[in-house]
Design a protein around this ligand. Sequence first.
Ligand SMILES: [Zn+2]
Length: 898
Amino acid sequence: MEIEKPNFMTQEQAEKRYSMIKQGSINYNLHLALEKGTTFRGLVEASFETLNLTEDLFIDFRGNDLFKIVINGNEISQDKPNFAHVFDGLFIKLPLNHLKSNEKNTVTIVYQNKYADDGLGLHSFTDTDGKQYIYSQCESFWCNRIFPNFDQPNLKATMKLTAVYPNDWIMLSNQFAEQQGAFNKESFTSAGSNADILLQGMSLENKNISYFKTTQILPTYLFGFAAGPYVVIKGPNSYNNIPMNVYCRESSLPYLQKYSDFIFEITNECMRFFVEFFGYPYPFEKYDQIFCPEFNCGAMENAGLVTFNDTRFVFKEEISDTRMTVFLNVIAHELCHHWFGNLVTMKWWNDLWLNESFADFMGHFVLTKISSKIRRIADGFVLFNNRKVWGYNTDQQITTHPIAGDVPNTEVAENIFDGITYAKGASTLRQLLSLIGEQNFSSAMKRYFNKFAFKNADLNDFIENLDVEFQTLNLGFSLKEWQQEWISTAGLNECQPEFDPNNQNSHACLCIHQTCALEMHPTLRRHNMKVAFFDENCNITEQTVILKPAEKTTIEYDGSKNFKAVLLNYGDYAFIKTILDPVSLTFLQHNLHKISDVLTRTLIWKAFYDMARDGKISSEQYVDIFISCIKNEVSEEIVAPQFTYLSNIVSLFTPLKYKSILKQKLFSFCYNFLLSTSKEQKNKIITIKTALIQYADSQEQISSLVQWFKGQNKELEGFEIGNEGEWQIVCLAHQSSQYTLQEKKQIFDEQLKKDSSDTSKNMEQKCRAIVASAEERQVLWNQYINKLEFSQRILQNSMEGFVSTKDSDLIKPYNEKFFADIKVVYANQIPEYASIVYDSLQPQSDDLDWLIAQYTNVLSSVPSTQVFFTRRLKETLDLLQRKKRAFTCFYQRTQLQV
Ligand SMILES: [Zn+2]
């Protein structure tokens, strides 16, 4: 029987190990030998004190080759190839009889591993100019791809790094280097007798060496490394004299230089606010921000070396204030982690929310507290409402979970970086802050950071700490009760008022109904909120209420004021889905433009969106409401996200056979909207332009865009398309049968002349997949299923092209094939990659019952231990049920003829 290689660590294993290693005693003396190409070598000397040692220990390593293992001076013999007697592909066993109990132990390991091409561990990317860039991503359980270590958040450690690397590279890590220069083997003594194995196969010519200072005590997921010919933009020291630099690859420099001053200004302002609000100085030596290629998420808070997704945040064209502010929010979020997470760390991944909810909430909150001399910052709380949509949507799925729930292993941990951990958690903090007040909140944070600095804390520590302030408020319920309702219980509540505008009594009653979005999560909760009453000119009278954890809460209001509509959760302090009553819906839909407050209009827009998602109005009706209201909308903070929601409703909740008609209608609308918008409204123009390209569907529409691209569209002449839009038009042309292959190639080459960056490599594969023949598709499919030839990012682009061909006969054979092959992908690849394949290649069909049957079938054959896969399947089934409701509504009400 073949022994299956483990691919995660359990909480139980981590707790056992925690009990046998003394807190604060771990140091990794790490040597990295980084060569250009595909592999690197390392030598780690892990020293630690043990406590009450009762069994073997293990150290985590997901690498290729082990060359030497020495435990307390005893070298482990290589009985089996690659130490198979002590190494199972994830854990290296440290046998009890080699370890010393209650004293210092030293484990030395020399190893080799491949650079990653999936963004996890030590990722390598080669730019189109041939320059190779390396950077790390350790969260949540990937530091063990870089070097063997005790890879869990409560075994914090210090790290002393020494790195040898090509001398046309620079090397960055969490701390500054204390010494660096040309590498010279004779004077290289720090690796001791292992230097030869470490450097074996490495050309010693033209190498530099950096000796970094020992880091502060950190969890392993926060160690950070970057190496390559990165270029620097030097920043001014912050107000508290923290050195701040920005790094990027050479080809990104001209773009990033245009707004690097803004980055430094915002970083500095946020730092000033956090230091004061948290009552604890910035805890690390420097603050570097580095923009990395093929980065998987938005950014990562490695202590003192924050990595950013350069595809997302190196802007090659003029962008709107809202989009820029979304980026500022990410800057603030990562900086905030240097207190929440980096200074005070969760004990285990079940408290990931303590990191992410705080960073998410504070990252928005701080934007409402700072100002810029350089550029307008969009409204932080309007942006926060958009963020909350992620939380609302996740919390209505059958896969939802408590903010702090069970995380039995590291694979489950990888699965909870979701709308609950980030957006819902952040929303509950806003609710908490609105309950106890800013001053109290800040006082509690000051005590928390001073008490737990450079240590670990969990949910109980957090609640106990905050309870000091909470108890002084006498709110009629305890913080424990609040925690039970909000942090430990899953599911979303909905509320709707029962409003009668004809009731003119000065002591009129408004009954507010509370229900649960999912039957399986029946908890009703306390919600601290404001209620807005609108008169006929949309002047607002507000009232505060705490909804009881009950089906009904009644409040009294002055009906003699002749109110026309009611809006619950005015000010957006609560996390609850607010449903408009029929009277208010009609009034607000027609008077939206009279409401001066942007956040209030945002909430009403959100209510329309919910109705379409819930199948209460059809996507067609939603499009009509959208078109009638957006014309009068003056706020860019609203226009940009509403176009995103529109695209979400049209693409997900419209039957395929009607989609073209809706898209064409929206294209015509956007076209005229663009022409009628004044050129001064730059932000609005950027948004409409993006939407216009997205909705092009008919031959004629695509042709008009291609004309625009070629500079031959008279009407659109004065509007700049922008880099992203240009590439989208290139893809549209590839989808359209009106152009020959040769014409398509000409269009591609024309764009390539303007942009030969790695984007062009991605787009090349995408376009190739769009036009691929039936035979070529078989080859491509095989590449996707077996992850061949390209990096994860390039394959992802290719898959996007594969499914976006207009020729449905080419796609059809893969509809059934998908359900068989996706199991193969999840069985053979890391779940992160498998999920990309899953998301990209899912079949589309109006026969929802057929789809439901297929997915149900797959789900029944997948063991629940495959957490990524089962969660994806359940989410898809949940979405299909939602689609069924939406489609039913659509078919009943449509006026469209196909
Ligand atoms: Zn974060």
